[in-house]
Design a protein. Sequence first.
Length: 187
Amino acid sequence: MTHIIHAAWEVNFGLPLETFEKVHIAGVRNLIDLALSSRHISPPIFTFVSSVGAAVLYEGETLEPTVGDRDGQILVPEIPIDNPAICMSQGYSQSKYVCERIIVEAVKARTSLRAMISRVGQLSGDTYSGTWARNEYLPILYRSILTIGLAPSYFRASQGLCLNSSHLLTCVSSHGDWFQLTSRLQL
């Protein structure tokens, strides 16, 4: 085994952090232990699909303002951030943040562990048909906007990554890499 990719998670923004502990947060720890138990010289690369919600409230310095800068927005640096205040106050995002921290600490403690964390906004649909699950957040939001003819004041061009493009998540892997992958979606 050369890679472990953890992309499975219950997507429910109404659940508190505690509901994610037994299965999801403990599952990350178990997968780290699995990687470290490898008999290979180098353990498998552990890739964790996190969420932009784990860092969406970041207000610090934009480290690379020319890379992907959109209209002067603050860009979240693609590094570990030890500040729980950057996380949305809902269990899903908090659980992703907690797991990011578990992985960062595991890499510090066991330097043989190679990990990559991707803070993804939305994985859905594909570039061929554009089909999305009807119960996903963005399709529901778009249908509502079209039905009532109004958009929320916070609404802006949405970002996501189509499922058949998500192979980008595993293209580049090395010790402690961080990526936030998004692409503009067209309405």
